[in-house]
Design a protein around this ligand. Structure first.
Ligand code: MN
Length: 289
């Protein structure tokens, strides 16, 4: 099981200097894996990132959120095609970096919707994910579709909703990506979605109810980690937290970061690494009871 950290804990971009900073800070905090946010895969400096990654004992994954001009479930075919191109470009980057997981809201633009998804929009999203999955399979990459809350997509908002969507996608290298921040808003509790998804769960984001320090909000992490251990989850677990101390203004607005809950990345990251490893260790000892 790899314990990882989202790159935006350390730096606001994936320019070469920021990638190097994120790699070294992630390792210094005790993590095994860096999750890189791929904002624009076509302009990403693959060679620079590969050089830094190969010089350090660290695994890498990548995440992406779709934007207004590249929405997989748009009614506009040009916009759907742009989303598909962006995913395929990202998979090329991941393949070059030797990454195993490509995760996040790959299937939707992240925004508040004013109506339910139409049948056509859902079909577009399914088609885009199928195309991306087939290319990812050639590269040995697993896709994780992140379940996000109702204010960020209208396609699905729960683990069970994701499983129904995955049945339509029908590709073996696509699974569910759960995030405790979103689960805390939408799910019945923090264990049921893990038990429901079980071996179709491929990636996990750990975030607090307000996206600040783990343990300072309302998320039931005990229930969540016990459920992960109970289903034998062994995929990546990545810490995610955002502050305008690091994240630039545009993205801060998109993520609705209106107040800062931390200003010291090193302290936050080291705390999160210890918190996650401690909870997993405690849950594992239940086998001795
Ligand atoms: Mn997340």
């Amino acid at each position: 099981m790899q314990i990882g950290c989202h790159g935006l804990v350390w730096a606001g971009t994936v320019e070469p200097d920021d990638v190097e900073k994120a790699v070294t800070k992630t390792l210094d905090a005790g993590f095994d894996l860096l999750e890189m946010p791929l904002f624009d895969p076509e302009s990403f400096d693959v060679d620079a990132a590969r050089a830094v990654l190969s010089a350090h004992p660290i695994a890498v994954s990548a995440s992406m959120g779709q934007t207004a001009d590249s929405d997989p479930h748009s009614e506009d075919p040009a916009c759907v095609q742009a989303a598909e191109r962006k995913l395929l470009a990202a998979i090329d980057v991941l393949e070059a970096l030797g990454a195993q997981y490509f995760v996040g809201a790959l299937y939707t633009e992240l925004r508040k919707y004013e109506q339910p998804a139409t049948r056509a929009a859902r079909a577009h999203a399914v088609g885009v994910v199928q195309t991306a999955a087939d290319r990812a399979a050639e590269a040995g990459i697993t896709l994780g579709l992140e379940v996000v809350n109702r204010y960020e997509t209208n396609l699905f908002n729960t683990g069970r909703g994701a499983l129904a969507f995955l049945d339509e996608v029908d590709r073996p290298n696509v699974g569910v990506h759960l995030d405790t921040y979103h689960m805390n808003i939408e799910e019945s509790d923090m264990a049921q979605p893990v038990l429901d998804c079980a071996d179709r769960l491929v990636y996990v984001h750990v975030g607090e109810s307000h996206r600040g320090y783990l343990g300072s909000g309302t998320v039931d992490f005990d229930g969540f980690f016990k459920a992960l251990v109970r289903v034998g989850y062994d995929g990546p677990i990545t810490f995610e937290s955002f502050s305008t101390a690091v994240v630039h203004d545009d993205l801060s607005r998109m993520l609705a970061i209106w107040r800062n809950l931390w200003d010291d990345s090193e302290d936050l990251g080291a705390h999160a690494n210890a918190f996650i490893r401690g909870r997993i260790r405690a849950a594992e000892t239940i086998a001795l009871h």
